[in-house]
Design a protein around this ligand. Structure first.
Ligand SMILES: Cc1cc2nc3c(=O)[nH]c(=O)nc-3n(C[C@H](O)[C@H](O)[C@H](O)COP(=O)(O)OP(=O)(O)OC[C@H]3O[C@@H](n4cnc5c(N)ncnc54)[C@H](O)[C@@H]3O)c2cc1C
Length: 321
């Protein structure tokens, strides 16, 4: 049975690797073990080794929806790359993409080849794997609308294909088991002249520039929009634009984006999230649900302050859950 120490010895895994550079927030402590996996076999070996050692694991895509603890992640962090970043389109317009493929590149590749539908992904700075896990979406489309099937590594089962119909994909949610690692995905597309696709992407990119902060030192929308409501408007209506905790601040451009100053800590963003949650609940009666994911351990914040219940006690997110 291969253990993590064997992988370190053979050079497949490293210890104490800084995770900040792998996320858009740019902060967070080190991974106890780290594997950069360039193919599916390495994913399988690394995950099996973590399980053999009884260690939790976390898959990091482009880190654009993640807040990793200042203490780091006490387990295995795996980041996909190499051959898992490849993508191609067949004659029927079916796109096959590795889980590490960056979404904006995928959108532009389709456009160049006269295929439309995935233009919305130009605005989402994540990977295919992260988009499948999060059911990423914007501008009227979601990943699940275009997904045909995926290949996952399901520990204890193996590499399996999962059809779109077997996954419940709702707003920023996918029912895939928490421990599944997405290896690749197939999407349908529609024929569309490249110029038309480019125009759609240009309009989306322009809208983003005008209405949201840029792609670093934040992780996109912090909270999910409650049904029929905008999380950003609720935060704004509670008077919280510009509200700060430590080095983290509610964006003045878009209240559902929380920006980090240089030198800010992950704990600052964590505390701001819970502080805003409490304040919005008090002001509006609506309890916002975080869309961003926390990985590793954080000090509790706001225990007992949420109207109606204690939000301070919860489990840290592990295993890409
Ligand atoms: C400026 C900005 C704008 C954004 N705009 C949008 C938007 O319009 N719409 C939207 O939906 N999101 C948006 N986001 C959030 C983010 O880009 C998406 O959620 C994206 O899908 C995350 O992909 P990722 O590769 O970065 O995932 P990560 O942040 O690395 O991970 C997110 C979660 O997915 C899991 N995961 C990642 N890869 C895999 C894999 N291969 N297998 C299994 N689990 C995996 C992780 O473990 C984690 O739980 C934005 C973020 C930023 C910074």
């Amino acid at each position: 049975m291969t253990r993590l120490s064997d992988l370190v010895e053979s050079g497949v895994a490293d210890e104490g690797v800084a995770l900040g550079p792998l996320t858009t927030y740019k902060f967070g402590g080190p991974a106890r073990w780290f594997v950069g996996a360039d193919d599916a076999d390495t994913v399988v070996v690394a995950i099996d080794a973590a399980l053999a050692d009884g260690m939790p694991y976390l898959v990091v895509g482009r880190g654009s929806n993640l807040v990793i603890s200042d203490l780091g992640f006490d387990g295995l962090v795996i980041r996909l790359g190499g051959a898992l970043s490849d993508a191609s389109i067949d004659a029927e317009g079916v796109v096959s993409a590795g889980a590490a493929m960056p979404l904006p590149m995928l959108a532009r590749m389709c456009s160049k080849q006269g295929r439309g539908g995935l233009e919305f992904l130009v605005a989402v700075p994540g990977s295919v794997g992260g988009a499948v896990r999060m059911n990423a979406g914007c501008h009227g489309s979601e990943t699940g609308d275009w997904l045909l099937n995926i290949e996952v590594y399901r520990p204890g089962v193996g590499r399996i294909s999962v059809d779109r119909s077997e996954m419940e994909m709702t707003y920023r949610h996918n029912s895939l088991p928490a421990g599944d690692i997405v290896l690749s995905a197939c999407f349908r597309t529609e024929p569309r002249p490249a110029r038309q696709s480019e125009e759609v992407m240009r309009a989306i990119t322009q809208w983003r520039k005008e209405n949201q902060p840029g792609g670093t030192f934040n992780a996109g929308s912090v909270f999910k929009n409650p049904t029929g409501m905008s999380a950003g408007r609720l935060i704004d209506s509670a008077g919280l634009k510009g509200h700060k905790v430590g080095g983290a601040q509610v964006s003045r451009r878009h209240a559902n984006f929380f920006e980090a100053d240089p030198g800010a800590r992950a704990q600052d963003v964590h505390d701001l999230v819970w502080d805003v949650r409490i304040r919005v609940a008090r002001a509006t009666g609506v309890e916002l649900e975080p869309e961003i994911r926390f990985a590793g351990d954080f000090a509790e914040f706001g225990e007992g302050q949420m109207p109606g219940r204690d939000i301070g006690k919860r489990e840290p997110v592990r295993e890409g859950d």
